[in-house]
Every structure is written in structure tokens, then in C-alpha cells.
Design a protein around this ligand. Structure first.
Ligand code: 6R9
Length: 727
């Protein structure tokens, strides 16, 4: 990995001037315009004139970053949550404070970060009740900061530039690399400067479509550095899905890659990206600039020789292009509520929603949960196996670990390649202390046999974590007893794209776990269980999981559709955020997530809306109607079961099945392809024409004895026909 820095003292090259600055995009309107920072007499803003990074190398600026914030002349409160939680009693006391006075609680936690300007004393406000006006959430009002500065510059400035920031493990054993904090900062600055040269500024949206290489978190950080808003699209999404997302957020710049290997499969990302750009163009949206990282052992030459498509004038190769840009770039100080990123996620209806997170609250919450969930200390080697295309990769591979000055492992491959011992070998190779993965991955490794663990020690491990779906007790025990040799707590973290960070989880060694339960809420999180009439249940109970108040990384909007945000999350039960999950609370107050209560399927920890799969199948000319349900799957958690009604006269056959299956792969991505296609004579509908999904779920799961009342169906006989035609 070549990441040379400019020699100390050398002058940054002049940046290209932008004669063609684009008109401000919509996102800009979400953020208040940046006022000139008030500068109280006698407290000079150290970072106001020179590029921050350049200063970061100057010894005269090694003073504590936060001491430069205006207002810091007064006595500083003691930062909160700097030490790990030792006991349930300690947690109880802090939790009570976080609920009684959230503004002062999170204000004290936020003291650990650099704020170019401190937040106002009354920085927090919210409304969760649609009947009382627009839904809004605000944290750290009045404060200005930058998450990239906090994740990188802050550590370089305090003398940790030579510490590893990321360790890269390629698809094939032996292909690896590493970057220090200084090297990452250099690369981030070069990329930020390139984006500025494309006219990208505060509030502009940049699309990122890359495999798991270090340049993916780098791309996210570079956007954040200049106040641009990133929208990472998972590399497993199809051209259609990428196009829809780029169009929705009006991304003019795409950061991508020639491709890569996943196990033995070649992924041609650039080809897919090109198709997506064409689709956008045909619908009137132009992507002007594409930066292509050459992910090949022979760099650009190798990627070119492998036939990567390239459009002159629009495309540029990452490595040679960025080498021309300076490794110094000013930080854009943004208001705490400035948009940081969009991440599209599936809901129960309509197209995927662009979940919007903002800067200050997300930063404080992602960093604090990372630290306490995993007892993470600076310099720890932390491995989160999630892809940055999902929220887990955002919060716990990129931002959370780097904000804590950890060493984050970036793994391009899959845990079963070349053998199911790969994860354990990587843990030993890098002496990983915290390992965070998904139950589906554990189940698949468990099935491969315990013998794959025997050649590794995994002695470095201290904390194990899971996310994405409920973990079955068997997998929990396998993880705890075998992978962690019974030494490491297992942290089952329940949270969502919308929550930005962990919500319910056991803090390691602070209270006893119960396999399958995420246990207790994190600080500031107030879960409520409602019955379906909206009545709050107390004590031991089961019902709908809601949140009574915001936490700092609450989603702030659905991009471009605040109404949908209000209706979706706050409409069903005014006064609460609706998670879409069901939960049970036991006698100890522990929460047990029972799964989605809406039409979202969770396949291998990936959320897929039934509506999205249905519309991809229904796009086939021979399909009259389709309905999709989830069913229990031994490895994936849930599988996708599609009931398909063919048009009159069409004879069902395997070729048709294949075509419909392919439709889903090309519209959404391979991970959403149905496991079962059932040729259905009809669908169970009420007299008002609503599909009775409860019945379909039971049939898909083979639970025909638990169908419940079907008397309200327009044609109750359809149920028997469906059971008979199931193969
Ligand atoms: C982080 C993430 C969110 C949905 C969520 C729930 C399920 C996540 C879980 C869990 C039980 C856990 N989920 N973690 N269910 N136990 N520890 O996965 O975000 O992709 O938005 O999915 O995943 O159903 O509502 P996202």
C-alpha cells in the first residue's frame, strides 16, 4: 500500500478552482447555513486559517484539541463514561441520570470529543408526537464539529499518527496490508481535495459503491471531512438498486472500484456501476465523475488488463489521480445537526428509504457504544465482519473504532474461504481482541464442524459480539464456549439502521447474560412495550417494541420525504418511535427480541421488504400476482418464500421459476433471491382485497395447524389449495 505523505513543511499544491460549482442540492437545505463562528476574545481558533492537517504535524499544536474550543476558558465539566461500567449498580445509577437529564448526560459524554464550537446549554429538544406538530430531534444545538477530524486528526495531533488505523485482509490468505492513522489521513485529504475539485461541498451527496477494501471507510471519512453526505450502496446490490439510490439522493459523483473477488467469485463492480449510470442518464440524472479504485495486485495496469470498462472524461483511476492532490485538506466545521450520511434500508412498504443521520449525535453515540459494548481501548485490534454497505459497517467498522483510536480490521473475503477456519486464523494473525459478527455467519461455521477451530488458539479475544438478528441459544453457546473458550462475554446487540448505534445490549462483565436476550437498554434509551391497542405494558410482558424518547443517533428524517419518516416511525403510535420489532420483557427486566412485526424479512441479517421482492417478481410478464413471506431457515435465520400466481393460460415450469428468480437478482441483488417459488392457485385475501399475510407466513413455515381464524377470507378454500400445492 503506497501512502506517502508530503515532506513536512512542503506547501500543498494549489487546488483546482471550481468555476462550475453546482447549484446547492436539496440536502443543503436540511442544515442551517454555517454562520461565522463566534470567537470570544482571548480564545483563538487554532484551526481557523491553515489546513488542519498541516497543523497537526506542527509541534506547537499538540495541545489538547478540545482546549481550542471557544468557551473552553471556563471550568470544563469532567467527561462522562470514560471508564468501563463495572457493575449493575453503577449502570443503574448512570442509566437513571441519562433518563432524568439527557441533555446534561450526553453533554458530559460529548466533552471527550473535539468541538470547534461548544453546544448551547439547552442543546437538546424533540417532539415524538405527530399530534403535537412536526417530528423533530435535536442534539448539541449550537455546536460545531467534524467527525473525520475526531476520528483521524485528533489522534495524529496527539502523537499517534504511526499507530495502525486499519489492517486489511484480502480475499486470499497472504494478500494483506495496513495503514497508519497518518496514512489514512493523507489518503482522506487527497480524496477530499479531489472531490472539492469536482465541485462537491457541504451537503452534496456522494455515492460509494465498493467492496470491503480500506478505501471504502476512507471514502466515507473524506466526505465527512468536507461536509459532504455519503450514501454507501452495498456492493451486492444490482445496477437497478444502485441507480435508484443515486437518483434519489442526486449523487453526481460516484466512488467505486474495478471489482474484486469474494471466495472464488469475481465481482465486476465497475460494469454494474456503468449500467447504473446509464440507467440514471436514461431517466435524466447525470453522474458527472467516477473515481475508480484499482483493486488489483498490479494496480491500474492489472485492472485495465482485466478489461475494466472505462469512460474517458468521466472516469478517473483512484491511485494516479489522488497522487496529484495534496495530502492536506481543511476540515469543514459543520453544525451538530449537519447531515452526515444516508443509508437506504427496506421498510414494509414502497421503495427503500434513505435513512438520514446527522453529525454530532451520531458521532457521540457511535463512539460511546463502541467503547462500552466492547470494552474497547485505544490500540485494540477490533474486527467487525460487517460490510460498510450496512449500518453495522458504518458505526462499528468505520466510525466507532476510529473515534476510539482502535485498529479496525477490514476483511474483503468470506468466512468460509478457503476453509471455514479463515475467521479464526485472522483472529490469531492480527491478535484480534474484539470480534463482532452475525448469527447467520456463526450458524454456517458451526455447521462446518468444530474441527475448524482446532488449529487456532483465539487467545487474544476478550469480547465477542453479535448483531443483525436474534441469536439462537445453540449458536450463542457455540460462540461463547468454543470460539471464546468460555472466557469472553458475548454481547448480543439489538439495534437498527435507524438507531445508528446499539440500543439494547449487555455491557460486558457488568451483569449476567441470558443466551438469546439482548438484556438491557443503553444509556439514554427508554424502551416501552405496547399492546396492539397502544396501551403501555408493565413488568413481564410481550408486545410491540417502541422508544419513548430520542437518543443522540436517532434518525432525523427519511431523505426527501419527512412525511414518510413521520408516518412510518411515529404515525402508528403517537408519542413513540416504532421499531417494527416485537419484544418480550422478563421478570429481570431483560428484553428478548421476537422479530419483525411488519412485512420486513431478515435474511442473513439483511433487511428485505416483502414489497420489493414482490414487485421484482411481478415485473415478469407471466406473473399475475406475487406475495412473499419469510420462513425459518437453519442458516440464514429467515428464508424468502414467494407465492406466485401465474396469468391465465400460462403453464408453470422451471424456466419460468429461473426467470423470476433472476428478476429479483437483477432488480435488488443476489442476496434477495427467493429460496422457494410456490406456484399458487390464488392468494388468501380478505373481502376488502387485503392479502392475509399471517396465513402465508404459516403456510410458508409449514405451520398449517396454526393458521388461526380464516373465516374473514373472501374464499377460505384457497388456504387448503395452497397447502396442497406446496412442494
Ligand atoms: C443493526 C442492524 C434491524 C433489524 C431489527 C431487528 C433485527 C438486529 C438484532 C436483531 C434480534 C438482535 N436485529 N439486531 N434482532 N437481536 N441483536 O441489523 O440493522 O439492518 O437495520 O436491521 O434487525 O429486527 O429491527 P438493520
Amino acid at each position: 500500500m503506497k501512502c506517502s505523505a508530503l515532506p513536512a513543511g512542503s506547501r500543498p499544491q494549489a487546488l483546482a478552482t471550481h468555476t462550475s460549482m453546482q447549484a446547492p442540492l436539496l440536502l443543503r437545505s436540511l442544515a442551517p447555513s454555517v454562520p461565522k463562528l463566534a470567537q470570544p476574545a482571548g480564545t483563538p481558533l487554532v484551526h481557523s486559517s491553515l489546513p488542519c492537517y498541516r497543523k497537526s504535524r506542527s509541534c506547537s499544536h499538540l495541545a489538547s484539541a478540545s482546549s481550542t474550543a471557544p468557551g473552553s476558558t471556563t471550568m470544563k465539566p469532567q467527561p462522562l463514561l470514560t471508564n468501563f461500567i463495572q457493575s449493575k449498580e453503577e449502570y443503574d445509577a448512570l442509566y437513571a441520570r441519562s433518563i432524568a437529564d439527557p441533555a446534561s448526560f450526553w453533554g458530559d459524554v460529548a466533552e471527550q470529543f473535539h468541538w470547534e464550537k461548544k453546544w448551547d446549554p439547552d442543546h437538546h429538544s424533540f417532539n415524538f408526537d405527530v399530534t403535537k406538530g412536526p417530528i423533530n430531534v435535536e442534539w448539541f444545538k449550537g455546536g460545531f464539529t467534524n467527525i473525520c477530524y475526531n476520528a483521524l486528526d485528533r489522534h495524529v495531533m496527539t502523537g499517534h499518527g504511526n499507530q495502525h488505523c486499519m489492517l486489511f485482509e484480502g480475499n486470499e490468505p497472504g494478500s494483506d496490508g495496513a495503514m497508519t492513522y497518518t496514512q489514512v489521513l493523507d489518503e482522506v485529504c487527497r480524496l477530499a481535495n479531489w472531490m472539492k475539485a469536482q465541485g462537491i461541498g457541504k451537503g452534496d451527496c456522494v455515492a460509494i459503491y465498493m467492496p470491503m477494501v480500506m478505501q471504502l471507510p476512507i471514502a466515507m471519512l473524506a466526505c465527512a471531512r468536507i461536509g459532504a453526505v455519503h450514501s454507501v450502496v452495498f456492493g451486492g446490490f444490482s445496477a437497478d438498486a444502485l441507480a435508484g439510490r443515486m437518483e434519489d439522493c442526486k449523487a453526481r459523483v460516484l466512488l467505486t472500484c474495478n471489482g474484486g473477488m469474494r471466495a472464488t467469485k469475481k465481482i465486476e463492480l465497475k460494469q454494474i456501476a456503468d449500467q447504473a449510470i446509464e440507467m440514471c442518464a436514461s431517466r435524466g440524472h447525470t453522474v458527472d465523475s467516477v473515481l475508480v479504485f484499482a483493486n488489483h495486485k498490479d494496480g491500474v495496469a492489472g485492472a485495465e488488463a482485466a478489461g475494466t470498462p472505462f469512460t474517458q472524461g468521466r472516469d478517473a483511476w483512484w491511485q494516479p489521480t489522488l497522487a496529484e492532490f495534496p495530502a492536506l485538506c481543511d476540515v469543514a466545521w459543520v453544525p451538530a445537526e449537519h447531515p452526515l450520511f444516508l443509508l437506504y434500508t427496506s421498510g414494509s412498504t414502497g421503495k427503500p428509504k434513505g435513512v438520514l443521520h446527522t453529525t454530532g449525535g451520531y458521532m457521540v453515540y457511535a463512539a460511546t457504544t463502541t467503547k462500552h459494548a466492547f470494552q474497547l481501548q485505544p490500540g485494540d485490534v477490533f474486527w467487525c465482519t460487517a460490510d460498510c454497505g450496512w449500518i453495522t459497517g458504518h458505526s462499528y467498522l468505520a466510525y466507532g473504532p476510529l473515534l476510539n483510536r482502535a485498529v479496525s480490521v477490514v476483511f474483503e473475503g468470506v468466512p468460509t474461504h478457503p476453509t471455514p477456519a479463515r475467521s479464526w486464523e485472522i483472529i490469531d494473525k492480527y491478535q484480534v481482541k474484539q470480534f463482532y459478527t452475525a448469527p447467520t455467519a456463526l450458524r454456517s461455521l458451526m455447521r462446518s464442524g468444530d474441527e475448524w477451530l482446532s488449529s487456532t488458539s483465539r487467545q487474544s479475544l476478550q469480547v465477542l459480539g453479535t448483531v443483525g438478528e436474534p441469536i439462537n441459544p445453540e449458536a450463542w453457546h457455540w460462540f461463547h464456549d468454543l470460539v471464546g473458550n468460555g472466557r469472553c462475554p458475548v454481547v448480543d446487540t439489538w439495534w437498527q439502521t435507524e438507531t445508528g448505534g446499539h440500543m439494547i445490549l449487555p455491557l460486558p462483565r457488568a451483569w449476567p447474560a441470558k443466551p438469546g436476550s439482548a438484556t438491557l437498554p443503553f444509556f439514554g434509551v427508554e424502551p416501552v412495550i405496547l399492546d396492539d391497542k397502544g396501551v403501555e405494558l408493565q413488568g413481564e410482558c410481550e408486545g410491540l417494541l417502541m422508544m419513548r424518547r430520542p437518543w443522540p443517533s436517532t434518525l432525523r428524517s427519511v431523505y426527501g420525504d419527512h412525511k414518510r419518516y413521520e408516518e412510518n416511525y411515529f404515525g402508528p403510535y403517537p408519542g413513540y418511535y416504532f421499531t417494527g420489532d416485537g419484544a418480550r420483557r422478563d421478570k429481570d427486566g431483560y428484553y428478548w427480541i421476537t422479530g419483525r412485526v411488519d412485512d420486513v424479512i431478515n435474511v442473513s441479517g439483511h433487511r428485505i421488504g416483502t414489497a420489493e421482492v414482490e414487485s421484482a417478481i411481478a415485473a415478469h410478464h407471466d406473473c399475475a400476482e406475487a406475495a412473499v413471506a419469510g420462513y425459518e431457515h437453519p442458516v440464514k435465520g429467515q428464508g424468502i418464500y414467494a407465492f406466485v400466481v401465474l396469468k391465465e393460460g400460462v403453464v408453470p415450469n422451471d424456466q419460468l421459476k429461473k426467470e423470476m428468480w433472476t428478476n429479483v437478482r437483477t432488480t435488488i441483488g443476489a442476496f434477495a433471491a427467493p429460496d422457494v417459488i410456490h406456484w399458487a392457485p390464488g392468494l388468501p385475501k380478505t373481502r376488502s382485497g387485503k392479502i392475509m399475510r399471517r396465513v402465508l407466513r404459516k403456510i410458508a413455515g409449514g405451520q398449517e395447524n396454526e393458521l388461526g381464524d380464516t373465516s374473514t377470507l373472501a374464499d377460505p378454500s384457497i388456504v387448503r389449495q395452497l397447502i396442497e400445492t406446496r412442494n
